[in-house]
Design a protein around this ligand. Structure first.
Ligand SMILES: Nc1ncnc2c1ncn2[C@@H]1O[C@H](COP(=O)(O)OP(=O)(O)OP(=O)(O)O)[C@@H](O)[C@H]1O
Ligand SMILES: [Mg+2]
Length: 268
């Protein structure tokens, strides 16, 4: 069996006297999308921060491409091919679209200045809206456009793995649909993704594997095709209306012949 691109083993983490993660474990195979779902405060963002390196793990390990990165700085992880779209998108509102992208490409520019131009053009090709608005202040863009900018900023370093935390939060239904297209397109390029989503129906439509978190641990992991309403209801405590929406997303995912791993992969 090939080594998963990302291996998360028994992570504990916390702040001061508080332990927030009590042993988080999951694997993310190359080219797949892993979804992390859970109620507010379950520890999804802290998990993403431990993966990105901005919150230290107190115990356990994170391996990326088989290499132990548990103690590496966020910058080193980015240089190794990890990208992060943080919760709240965190674009710099007072900087232009292009300045935001340039900052995102800091590591790439340090590694190889010549790659910056083509990488910027690559992002502009994928997100024409960013090309059209390259001189606009990011803070004056719509939520959906800022989401594209945050994803573009993570992609500009040409990562193998991106960590995307609640990209649909606060977006209108139309902007959420647009974001869905963006993330599907990103997935088709073969980039591996860890996605956190509160919008269960939206998240389930994107991911291959679902990891359900409760109070700092993963209580269920498995392919989306094997997830049922009952498991969702038990672990996420979601109400009937939301459950119905999630159920229809599940039904769509389970309808044959959606073949897992059928996305086009970048050549190795
Ligand atoms: N910097 C911090 N200092 C202290 N406690 C923190 C810090 N960051 C997170 N926590 C706590 O850790 C717990 C998990 O937070 P986390 O942000 O991971 O939740 P989440 O699952 O992402 O929730 P949400 O869906 O609301 O984004 C919460 O109880 C939160 O208050
Ligand atoms: Mg969060």
């Amino acid at each position: 069996m090939t080594t998963p691109l990302l291996e998360v083993r028994d992570i504990t983490a916390g702040f001061g006297a508080t332990t927030v993660l009590h042993g988080v474990s999951f694997d993310v195979p190359q080219g797949s999308i892993a979804g992390i779902f859970g109620l507010n405060g379950a520890g999804k963002s802290v998990t993403m921060k431990v993966l990105g390196g901005s919150v230290p793990a107190r115990s356990g390990s994170v391996h990326f491409r088989g290499q132990d990165i548990t103690k590496l700085s966020p910058e080193k992880r980015v240089a190794m091919g990890m990208g992060h779209v943080p919760q709240g998108r965190q674009v710099f509102p007072g900087l232009t679209v292009e300045e935001n992208l340039r900052l995102g490409a800091y590591t790439l520019r340090r590694k190889d200045k010549k790659r910056y131009g083509p990488a910027l053009n690559g992002v502009f090709d994928r997100f024409p809206i960013l090309a059209q608005r390259r001189g606009q202040l990011a803070g004056t863009m719509s939520g959906g456009q800022q989401a594209s900018l945050a994803v573009g900023r993570a992609l500009i370093n040409e990562p193998d793995l991106i960590l995307v935390d609640e990209p649909s939060a606060g977006l209108s239904p139309v902007a959420t649909l647009e974001l869905d297209e963006v993330l599907q397109a990103v997935a088709h390029t073969g980039v591996t993704m860890v996605l956190v989503e509160q919008n269960i129906a939206f998240g389930l439509s994107l991911v291959d594997t679902a990891h359900l978190m409760q109070t700092g641990t993963v209580v269920h992991s498995g392919p989306v095709g094997e997830l049922d309403d009952q498991t969702l209801a038990t672990h996420l405590g979601i109400g009937r209306v939301l459950q119905a929406a999630a159920g229809s997303a599940l039904a769509a995912r389970q309808a044959p012949p959606v073949k897992k791993g059928s996305r086009a992969r970048r050549p190795a």
